[in-house]
Design a binder for this molecule. Structure first.
Ligand SMILES: [Zn+2]
Length: 373
C-alpha cells in the first residue's frame, strides 16, 4: 500500500469512527454489543466492527479489524451449495483468514456479519433499530416497507428470516442482484425480518442520513412522538434475596431493571421466563436475554420476576446495562406493535434452535443442505 492510499484510508477511518459512534450512542438503534458497521478502504480492504465490542467503542485504533473484502467476496462467489460442507464454519474461517496482518487493531476477530458487509457498498450501517424492527417483527412489515419506502422513491429490499452468518450473506447478495435485475434499482435499504436494518451510502453522512430517514419515516407514519426512554439499572436494596431463583449465584453484584417503561410492561404482562420463550423476536434477544435465564443455575444472569414486575441481573453494571438495553428494545417493539395495531411475527422454533445450537457443526450442515432444496 502506498502513502497516498494510507492517507486516504486514515481519512476514511476517521469518518468510519464518527459514523459508528453516532449510531452506537443511541439505545434505540443498537443495544449492548448488537449492530455493526464497515467502510471500504483502498486495495480491496474493509474495516469492520470486531466481534465482542460495542459500536461506540470503535476508535481509530480500537474495536474494528481490517479484512480483505475482495477475498471474502471471492470466497462467496466460489460457494457451491451442492457440496456437502460446513459452509457456516468455513465462512467464519474465511473471514478470519481475510484479516490483514499488521494493519489496524491486531488480535481481534471480525464480526460474524462481516460477510454481508463485504458484498455491500462503501459505508454500511447495520443496526437493530427499534423503529425498523416494528416492521421487521410484524406480519404486515413487508407491505409497509413497500408503501413507505420502495413506492416512495427509496428502493428497499425485504429479506425473509434466515439464520445469521453464511446463509444471510447469500440471501442478501442474491436479493440485491435480483432486485437490480427486475427493477433496475439498487436498494440501499434492507429490512431483515426478525432481525434489523441495513443501509449504506457512498460516504458516512449519506449512510447516517439514510439510516435516520428510514427510522423517522416509520415513527412519523405512526405519529409516535414520545422520546425513546433512557435505559437504567439500580442496585437491589432492601430485598432479601436468599431463596430467590438465582440467589446461589449471588456472588456477582445484584442489579435490577430501573427503566419505568420496562417495569410497567413486565407488571402488566406478568412477564416470566416463559414469556420470553413464547415470544422470540430476534437473535440478539436469545443471545443476550434468554440465554441468561436458561441453563445451569450457577451461570444464570437474568431473573424475571413476574409478580414484582422486575428483572434482576447478576452482572456488573456495564453488562447489566447492556442486558437492560436489549430488554428495553424488546419491550418497546412488542408494546408499540400492539399499540399501532400490527401483528407480532415471532421467530419459529427451528430458527430459535439454530441460534441455541450455532456451535454445533452437524446441525449447521443439515440446515445448509435444506437450503439447497
Ligand atoms: Zn444483526
Amino acid at each position: 500500500m502506498n502513502d497516498n492510499q494510507l492517507m486516504n484510508d486514515s481519512q476514511l477511518l476517521r469518518e468510519y469512527v464518527r459514523m459508528s459512534k453516532t449510531v452506537g450512542n443511541r439505545a434505540d438503534y443498537v443495544q449492548g454489543g448488537g449492530g455493526n458497521t464497515s467502510v471500504k478502504l483502498s486495495a480491496g480492504c474493509m474495516a469492520v466492527k470486531a466481534s465482542g465490542f460495542r459500536l461506540n467503542q470503535i476508535e481509530p485504533d480500537a474495536a474494528y479489524v481490517v479484512v480483505d473484502a475482495k477475498a471474502i467476496r471471492e470466497w462467496y462467489a466460489r460457494v457451491d451449495l451442492g457440496e456437502d460442507r460446513d459452509f457456516e464454519k468455513e465462512s467464519v474461517i474465511a473471514a478470519k483468514g481475510a484479516v490483514v496482518q499488521g494493519y489496524g487493531p491486531q488480535g481481534l476477530r471480525p464480526s460474524v456479519e462481516a460477510g454481508f458487509h463485504a458484498v455491500l457498498g462503501n459505508f454500511v450501517i447495520h443496526t437493530h433499530a427499534v423503529q425498523a424492527n416494528l416492521l421487521c417483527c410484524s406480519t404486515e412489515g413487508r407491505d409497509l416497507m413497500a408503501k413507505l419506502f420502495t413506492n416512495a422513491g427509496f428502493p428497499a429490499l425485504w429479506v425473509p428470516y434466515i439464520n445469521p452468518g453464511f446463509c444471510l450473506t447469500l440471501k442478501i447478495k442474491a436479493g440485491r442482484e435480483a432486485m437490480q435485475l427486475a427493477t433496475g434499482a439498487d436498494p440501499h435499504i434492507i429490512f431483515m425480518e426478525n432481525h434489523g436494518l441495513i443501509v449504506w451510502g457512498d460516504d458516512a453522512d449519506t449512510a447516517l442520513q439514510l439510516h435516520e430517514e428510514v427510522n423517522s419515516r416509520i415513527l412519523n407514519y405512526y405519529k409516535l412522538t414520545e422520546p425513546y426512554p433512557a435505559p437504567s439499572v439500580k442496585p437491589v436494596e432492601g430485598v432479601d434475596v436468599t431463596g430467590m431463583v438465582g440467589s446461589i449465584s449471588a456472588a456477582a453484584p445484584l442489579l435490577m431493571s430501573a427503566t419505568p417503561l420496562v417495569q410497567a410492561f413486565l407488571k402488566e404482562n406478568k412477564v416470566d421466563v416463559d414469556f420470553f420463550e413464547r415470544y422470540p423476536l430476534y437473535p440478539d434477544q436469545l443471545v443476550y436475554l434468554n440465554s441468561g435465564m436458561i441453563g445451569e443455575p450457577a451461570s444464570l444472569k437474568v431473573f424475571p420476576d413476574a409478580e414484582g414486575g422486575s428483572v434482576r441481573y447478576h452482572a456488573g453494571e456495564s453488562e447489566a446495562l447492556a442486558m437492560e438495553e436489549t430488554l428495553l428494545g424488546y419491550v418497546w417493539v412488542m408494546k408499540t406493535i400492539r399499540r399501532v395495531g400490527l401483528t407480532l411475527k415471532t421467530m419459529s422454533p427451528a430458527d430459535v434452535d439454530f441460534i441455541h445450537n450455532w456451535e454445533s457443526e452437524a446441525y449447521r450442515r443439515s440446515l445448509v443442505q435444506k437450503m439447497v432444496k
